[in-house]
Design a protein around this ligand. Sequence first.
Ligand code: PEP
Ligand code: MG
Length: 582
Amino acid sequence: MSFTLHGIPVSRGIAIGRAYLIAPAALDVDHYLIEPAQIESEIERFRAAQQLVHHELDALRADLAADAPSEMGAFINVHSMILNDAMLVQETIDLIRTRRYNVEWALMEQVERLSRHFDDIEDEYLRERKADIEQVVERVLKALAGASGALVDGAHGACDEMIVVAHDIAPADMMQFKTQTFQGFVTDLGGRTSHTAIVARSLGIPAAVGVQHASALICQDDLIIVDGDHGIVIVDPAPIVLEEYSYRQSEEALEQRKLQRFKFSPTQTLCGTRIELCANIELPEDARAAVDSGAMGVGLFRTEFLFMNHKHSLPEEEEQFAAYRRAVELMNGMPVTIRTIDVGADKPLDSMSGGDGYETAANPALGLRAIRWSLSEPHMFLTQLRAILRASVFGKVKILIPMLAHAQEIDQTLDLIREAKCQLDDAGIGYDPNVQVGAMIEIPAAAIALPLFLKRLDFLSIGTNDLIQYTLAIDRADNSVAHLYDPLHPAVLHLIAFTLREAKRAGVPVSVCGEMAGDPALTGLLLGMGLTEFSMHPSQLLVVKQEVLRSHLKTLEKPVADVLASFEPEEVQAALQRVAQV
Ligand code: PEP
Ligand code: MG
């Protein structure tokens, strides 16, 4: 039976394919009592699954790339040990024998007992082993269900005709998809600028998030259409609908090919103003896509994704340095703006848990996030700063600091950058002494108190995703308030316009690197407000460039002034339409 689901469009285009459901195994387990005669065969089922996971871990160990971080091998060893541990194995078997729980139930019960026990442990390192146990149990449960332990396993039929359907995907898990080919994504949760959505967009494939109950209503292998332009998911479409969407898909592919003709032309408006279009990246290798798209540099390297795949510790200086150097070398002399770690809120790190109250923070988006966390961990922060500074020898590097609001935070940060330089001097290690330091303007207080920033920093970058979140007091990752997430709210537009105007007046370069920069419907508006530097995901670059090439700054002045003078939503929309028509 055909039916349609509605969600939030996050990555443009049309995808047609079969549903590939990713369910967290732990949420799905059956609970039932077995007959006494089934006890031994149930234990046998457990042993077989345990064996299978052993083979999986051995295969993972054997497949580790030579340059894989050394911790990877250690994690796999820890997981193998847990898989044999009596606390897990013997106790689970006892539950099967004494209570006659099916094995999945027994495992979940035992994990809960262990979790309670672990929560009481003082030692942070030991407490972190809880996550390892949960991951091992997850693997065993998947083995019992006949699925693979990996989130995505190419060997189990994932292929380029598949559309991933999940309740939610953590940003770190999303990174797995960078090496897999899928047609599209659908998730039950998420907002337009949640980090999961941003990574989905960075993969350049159609996606819809906040499609409530999608993972419950869509079955494995269902034929589905994802309309990433409108956030619509059509399940089991009628032939005529399928035909219509196939047609639209081929039209879009044609459109994309046509955009390629702009790739090598200079980016300037009809009146001759040069506009700089840069790329946002999450991993060093993404720099290739940046170069391919014709970007003039990297305007935002979200380094936290390097940290997120480190389950129990943060990467050492050498590993970070190698990653930053790689991105800088791939950009071949073009500037690379490296943002210091921005973790917290919807991008927690495993190593943040415990001790510091992060996990128990009532509102992590307002808590120890981004620079606040870095300043609370000066050792970690200095390590990152040294690694970034060292990479500056290999090209043009800029340092960008997220979430600054207070003068003393800026001063403390600049002091630490000076200290990192002194440490490198003492060790006789080279760096660019003139490396520029900039701030993200993403908290309303920062925009309003702009002189604090203009006086202290070399450049600014407006992070519209967070600026909208904090101006309108809505969680950008929460789909229940997604309808209130409005880039065109007059308060947001005024903060952006004010920042652009004041920075220009002070002669401080300013860019926009939030998702607004990559939305072609807003290009004219931003140009009219005076923006000359945009940074966006590479997949958006050519479509934004097309808008720049057809714009004339003088004719944008009046309609953009009208947008800024409007407060009623209809008036803002009407004025915006006039911006599009000039
Ligand atoms: C932003 O907030 O606009 C931004 C670019 O940073 P992030 O999306 O990583 O928070
Ligand atoms: Mg931000």
